[in-house]
Every structure is written in structure tokens, then in C-alpha cells.
Write a protein that binds this ligand. Sequence first.
Ligand SMILES: *Cc1c(COP(=O)(O)O)cnc(C)c1O
Length: 348
Amino acid sequence: MNYFRKSIHEMSGYVPGEQPPLGTKIIKLNSNENPYPPSPKALKVLQQIDPEMLRRYPDPTGKSFRIAAGKALGVPDDWIAVGNGSDDLLNLIVRAVGEAGKPVVCPSPTYVLYRTLAEIQDAEFVEVPYPDDYKLPVDLLIAAQGAVTFIASPNSPSGTAISVADLEKLAQDLSGILVIDEAYVDFAENSALELTKKYSNVIILRTLSKGYSLAGLRLGFAIANPTLLAELNKIKDSYNVDAIAYAVAAGAIADSDHKTANAEKIKASRSQLAVIFKELGFEVWPSQTNFLLVRPPNGDAQRIYQTLKERGILIRYFNQPRLDDKLRISIGTEEQNQILLKTLKEIL
Ligand SMILES: *Cc1c(COP(=O)(O)O)cnc(C)c1O
């Protein structure tokens, strides 16, 4: 007996990275979390939460957070909409736009959730393969005529950057919405934020999960013109973000020095790790994120993933075409990176 919609029954569902319980003695380099703690200013807000804030419902639109985020980014607060992580906003966008006959388009391989959300919505899902150098296939993406086109910029799991000029060409020539998912922007050289002012079909997504070390808090936000955001706000849960998340996130986003200092440490480790991986015979993709995509010498990625797991180090292995000979490894603390390298050398 199947009680559910055919498409739901038949889809496989998104599989997140393994999340072992807190306190498990493990080096966790599989979900691109920031290895450094959140801003002390955010933690201070957390310690001073007024119980009255818990008794009452939160502000549905998170005005005080939007003001803080707007100040940090130099955009008006009514150009910002909030989500329970940027995953929530991705979901809202697909729900608002996707239906049968309205294609959801993205280059591939990329963040797998885009596909899952399209499947839930019964929207047609079109993947345009990235070439091996991961340059954005702009013309093919335009030809796919997406009602919504998702570009993770920088991309995951490749870690590669995408040129703002290419994104601008897409914004100009697509008739549908262009979503630029900037989850890793804090580790990148460029942002496409300015495109939101020039093109009425562009939505930028940001999250506090990676750059701000707050993946557990669940706070993401969209930047776009208020007319676009009004449609998304219509369908969001009234209280999709909790009061604690708003308060802590406002503290975190105001402390850009803390975020930048951590990002600098991670970028330095990223460069060092890339050099060493190459010396060990790995192919390494140029990363502007807090992770590296690497191909081990014999492509025996699955064995290395398994062996590292047995030794208490979690990295990400994707058992799918084009990725099943590669590994995605989040950048850890210096100490974690050294243990990873030492263990890898033993395995090889
Ligand atoms: C991590 C990630 C997200 C999800 O971020 P949350 O705000 O934690 O939901 C979205 N897009 C990409 C490409 C990511 O890597």
C-alpha cells in the first residue's frame, strides 16, 4: 500500500553527510562546517537570552537580524528575506516556481538538494554537465530555459569559482529566475551580490553555516529586490526561524572581523594542503571554498574513504558518476589537517 504521491514514493530523498553525536571522538571533515568556533560576540548574545524571548513567537520577518545583515552587506533590510538555513530558502524558491512543465535547471555535478527539491515538486529537472575544467556552460544553461536556474558559486563539490561575468550573462539572457547560491562566498575572491541591483530576476543566497561557524543554528538569507522576495515570504512558514537564531545570528554577522580572520586561516591551510596533496600524487581542483575536491593516485577513493572512516576521520565520498573516483575533504584546524595527512600517508 502506498499512501503517498507517486513522485514522493519513487524518489530516493536527499542523503546528508553523516553527523555523529557530539562528543564522538572523530575528525569530522565531511560537511564543510567551519572548524573554528563562532564569534564570541554571538556566544555572548546566546548566554544572555531573555526567557521572555522564548515565551513569545519570534518576529516573522526577522527585522532586527535583517537590519544587522543589511548593514554588514550594504543592502537595505527590505532586500533581505530569512530562512531556516539557506536550504529553507531553496525549498521556498522551488515551491514558488516549480511545477510540471517548468524546468528547474542547474549545472552538474553540484549541490544535490536542487534535484531533490525539484523532484518533490514534480518539476522537470535539467542538468547541464560542467566541462572538466568546471567553466560554467553558459550557453547550454540559457538554452535549457529554466523557470529557475541554480548556480552554486563557488560550486560544491568541485570547490571551483564561477566568473561574475558568466553569471551576469546568465542573468541577462535567462527568462526565469537565477539563484546564485553563495554558501561559500566567505572563502572566495568574488561575489555576484551587485547583480541583484541590476537584474530583477537574480536571488543571492547566503548562509551563516560555513563562514560564520553556525551550521547548528540554521540561519540563511536571500538578497533580491523586494518584489521577488514578497512572493517567497507569502509561502514561508510564519515562524520559520526561531528567536534564538535571529539574536545569535545578528551578533555573528556584525562581527565580520572574526569571520574574516577564520576564513584567512582556512584559506592558508587550503593552499598548504593543496600543495601536499599534489606531492602525494593527488589531482586537486582549484578551490575557493573551505574544502578540496581531490582525486587519489589510483582513483581508489572509496577505499580511502572507508579506511579513513575506520580510523576516525570522516570525509565525503559521492557514489555517483564523475565523482566516484574523488573525495571531498573539508579544511579542518591545523591539528586536524596534520592528522589527516599523516593517516593518508599510512594508507597510501
Ligand atoms: C552548505 C550548503 C548550503 C546549505 O546551507 P544551510 O544554510 O546550512 O542550509 C546550501 N548550498 C550549498 C551549495 C551548500 O554547500
